[in-house]
Design a protein around this ligand. Structure first.
Ligand code: HEC
Ligand code: HEC
Length: 299
């Protein structure tokens, strides 16, 4: 009896959480948006890596790139400023709500194959700078493709429950007793460059298991099927790499042993981290050096 009532209460709670989470974000810019800063961040996040259908020669940011998951392939969307097929008609609030809350302008929820789960940590100003940069790009009239995933992972309405269990909304706040470099590194690694989206293992619901953050994960449909353990474990992780060696790897894609990173890490470096400043790469390395050691490798 009690169990039944608890279940009903739980369902009500989750349903309610699902309804409440569709609020919109209000932009609080501190200055006009800066497309050049936006370009730097869009690179760091490698938005083009997912939002370009390279396989079929698609235009940059025009969408249709496949994001393979155990549930099937999700397809990225057209984020060029085309007013009909892209995001050209979006307001700042629309864009901020998508990136921060994972909610579309019509109120529907995005699938977490779009790593808004990480981008949510970004500062308002950085998100709006990204939008300013995307709006300098050529509009492309590419039509969005439907996702090719199995039930129930294709039902947006189910995401209310998923979100109430696994989504922690940003923005990330600096931790006062940590250095400016550490905080900058944490921000770049966790939010912008979303390193954990590949390197943190996922549960059966496709959510990152934060207790095992950065301990490595099996990837689906990628040339290199394992994103290795990058915690500070000296044997299974990168505990023996120095700050300089990690920063160099993010610049060149070369490990201290002289191995070249394979895809998709090679793209993360070539399209993303190799374009960052030395200071930002160093900050990321400083943050990674503080990631708790976890033994083990993804199976
Ligand atoms: C890992 C792949 C991946 C990365 C990286 C990625 N996206 Fe996406 N994005 C997606 C997918 C998949 C969707 C579609 C989600 C859905 O249909 O629910 C999407 C949807 C979107 C949307 C909603 C568009 C619409 O028409 O509703 C926006 C805006 C967006 N992404 C912006 C970005 C920006 C900006 C970046 C870089 C900061 C980025 N994305 C990085 C995969 C990605
Ligand atoms: C799209 C998935 C993906 C993302 C995002 C990603 N990685 Fe990787 N990473 C991989 C894969 C796969 C490998 C293994 C490459 C290989 O074995 O050649 C790898 C390898 C590495 C290695 C080398 C580890 C070793 O033991 O050789 C480091 C360090 C690393 N990544 C750090 C990062 C950091 C930092 C970020 C964020 C800037 C990041 N990765 C983002 C998939 C990813």
């Amino acid at each position: 009896m009690t169990f039944g009532r608890e279940l009903i209460l739980l369902a009500l709670f989750l349903g309610l959480a699902g309804c409440l989470d569709t609020g919109r974000a209000t932009p609080h810019p501190s200055r006009p948006a800066d497309a050049r800063r936006g370009e730097y961040l869009v690179r760091a996040a490698n938005c083009a890596g997912c939002h370009t259908d390279k396989e079929h020669g698609g235009a940059k940011f025009a969408g249709g790139g496949s994001v393979p998951t155990p549930f099937g392939s999700y397809f990225s969307r057209n984020i060029t400023p085309d007013p009909v097929h892209g995001i050209g008609a979006w307001s700042d609030a629309d864009f901020l709500t998508a990136m921060r809350k994972g909610i579309a302008p019509d109120g529907s929820r995005y699938f977490p194959a779009f790593p808004f789960t990480s981008f949510s940590g970004m500062a308002d100003q950085d998100v709006l700078d990204m939008k300013a940069y995307l709006f300098t790009q050529a509009p492309e009239a590419a039509v969005n493709k439907p996702h090719d995933v199995m039930f129930p992972f294709d039902v947006r309405a189910n995401l209310g429950i998923w979100r109430s269990l696994y989504f922690i909304e940003g923005p990330m706040l600096p931790i006062p007793n940590k250095s400016a470099d550490w905080n900058r590194g944490a921000y770049l690694v966790e939010a912008v460059a979303h390193c954990g989206e590949c390197h943190t293992p996922r549960n059966m619901m496709g959510a990152r298991d934060q207790d095992k953050a950065f301990s490595g994960a099996r990837l689906v449909g990628q040339k290199t099927p394992i994103a290795p353990n990058i915690t500070q474990d000296a044997h299974d992780g990168i505990g023996k790499w120095s700050v300089e060696e990690i920063a160099d790897f993010l610049k060149t894609g070369l490990t201290p042993e002289g191995d070249i990173a394979g895809a998709p890490m090679s793209e993360v470096v070539d399209e993303g981290t190799s374009h960052l400043s030395d200071g930002d790469r160093r900050a990321m390395a400083i943050y990674l050096k503080s990631v708790p050691a976890l033994a083990g490798n993804p199976k």
